[in-house]
Design a protein around this ligand. Sequence first.
Ligand code: CUA
Length: 191
Amino acid sequence: MAEISGTAKLPPSGDKHGEAGERLWVIFVTAVIVLLVAMVVYTSVHWGFHPPSQVETIDSTSLHKGGEFSEANLGTVIAPDGSALVRVVAQQYAFIPNCLVVPAGKPVTFRLASADVVHGFIVQGTNVNAMVVPGYVTTVRTTFRDPGEHLMPCHEFCGIGHQAMWARVRVVEPSSFPTDAAKQKAVNCAS
Ligand code: CUA
């Protein structure tokens, strides 16, 4: 009995040393929180990073049976105003198509769906960064300023072949954008 009451004893009141230590911790933790919030605000405002907020569901088990993410729809479709809509399926362990072609200087909307597990969608050198969660459509809007090529690795561990899952995004001048108007099909640069 004496032991228990001994260990549970609070420091005597007026323990200036203990109070000062706690006050330091309060200041330190508050500073860390303020710093983290400041980083979130800075990246979201300065770099345009933001989590995709659109919640749109889809049946991930039947993507191959047709609908928006059927094979003929995968790739890039150019709207009359020059903007691009790119549809991609992410699955273990590839993006389909594995080379996306988009016009420079025009608004680009990516729509992705996963056929199995969670994958990551990032276009290196840009602010495009999102997760592709089965059951949901991931929509990301951006504009690529300059022509060039970007790597697009899966950055969400998705299984044994995760490290081999990547694609490319090729940004071209709108004037040299490949068209497949005759077939009315989405275009890509996959080999
Ligand atoms: Cu798909 Cu990692």
